[in-house]
Design a protein around this ligand. Structure first.
Ligand SMILES: Nc1ncnc2c1ncn2[C@@H]1O[C@H](COP(=O)(O)OP(=O)(O)OP(=O)(O)O)[C@@H](O)[C@H]1O
Ligand SMILES: [Mg+2]
Length: 316
């Protein structure tokens, strides 16, 4: 995190992909700059790490400065008022995600069991003797940066090769059968948005056999649920970071497949994080869709996940 020594530092969502300890390091660094009289401007959704360091908060809405708060006014804002303003909690997010929020697995769970997992990526070897994902549940996977979370999701989605035995209570699955049942939303959605318009991007994600009328209704529901109405004709890559992320999640929902979400809330404000939580809970409860979500976002884990796995590879 070395940086030159400028008078003013601008940070654009610096925590979006950072793990808990890196966020704490960043906080210390910002504190140090502040103590040396430097100016720091941070645009953020995750307020917990910066809340007590900040002297002013500017709230923008649709490109316009909506309101401004000095330290005294910030101290008077309760969590419920922050939520009404669409802002993240200043305390809930500040928990260490390496402390489990939920069990990994419950005795009555139906499951996907991956045994003797082995993969290689970037010259490293990854081994997991056994890992089980509860079917129809929303499982959070946490581990520090660089620990192979995305590698695991890429394997489960069939993007990276791996070896494993895959079992369910009703029998074993081939790797191909298993991988085909998942839709992956990448940590960086720029890699997966490839159509000319938002509407097209969603349309091609529905299962091929879906009747046209249901696709039309489905697209409009997803756009509404993800606060993307009005963007139908836009080029996906012209959207903001958070909008792209929501669109990629919309494609996963349209696919009706199980979902692998790699840090899906990194660009989302409180309102959109909550909306995503509600959608995922609905998908898992009503459609029995299994969701595996890699995240550093404890507020999100509490908001919708019901299983939690700390990912630890066996060293070889
Ligand atoms: N294509 C690649 N080439 C070389 N090294 C890679 C490649 N992809 C991943 N790695 C390395 O593999 C390790 C695991 O990466 P991975 O992206 O799976 O971690 P992660 O847990 O998802 O990290 P983060 O929290 O930062 O997203 C890292 O050390 C990374 O540098
Ligand atoms: Mg990753």
């Amino acid at each position: 995190m070395a940086i030159a020594d400028p008078e003013i530092t601008l940070l654009d969502e610096p925590t979006s992909s950072l793990d808990y300890h890196s966020i704490k390091q960043l906080r210390e660094l910002i504190g140090l700059w502040k103590s040396r009289g430097k100016t720091v401007i941070v645009s953020e959704h995750r307020l917990w790490f910066i809340w007590d360091l900040a002297d002013r908060m500017l709230l923008f809405r649709n490109g316009l400065l909506k309101s401004e708060y000095g330290r005294k006014e910030m101290n008077r804002l309760f969590e419920s008022e922050l939520a009404k303003l669409g802002l993240r909690s200043v305390s809930a997010g500040g928990c260490d995600p390496s402390v489990p929020c939920h069990p990994e697995f419950l005795p009555g769970d139906s499951f996907y069991e991956i045994k003797d997992f082995y993969a290689r990526n970037g010259g490293r070897e990854y081994r997991i003797p056994q890992i089980r994902f509860a079917k129809g549940a929303i499982t959070a996977i946490t581990a520090p940066n660089g620990n192979g979370k995305s590698t695991l999701l890429h394997c489960l989605a069939g993007i990276l090769k791996f070896r494993a035995e895959i079992n369910t209570p009703s029998g074993s699955l081939s790797r191909k059968e298993f991988c085909r049942s998942w839709f992956m939303v990448f940590q960086d959605p720029n890699y997966q948005l490839c159509r000319e318009t938002v509407e097209d991007e969603l349309r091609i994600s529905f299962p091929k056999e879906t009747p046209k009328e249901l696709v039309r209704i489905g697209i409009s529901e997803i756009l509404k649920d993800l606060e993307l109405s009005g963007t139908e004709d836009r080029h996906p890559l012209s959207l903001s970071g958070g909008q792209k992320q929501r669109l990629a999640i919309g494609c996963a929902i349209a696919s009706r497949r199980n979902q692998l979400l790699d840090e899906p809330t990194s660009g989302l404000d409180y309102t959109n994080m909550k909306a995503l939580s509600i959608l995922l809970k609905k998908l898992s409860a009503k459609k029995k869709i299994t969701v595996i979500v890699v995240t550093h976002d404890v507020e999100f884990i509490y908001s919708c996940c019901n299983r939690h796995i700390q990912l630890a590879y066996k060293q070889s």
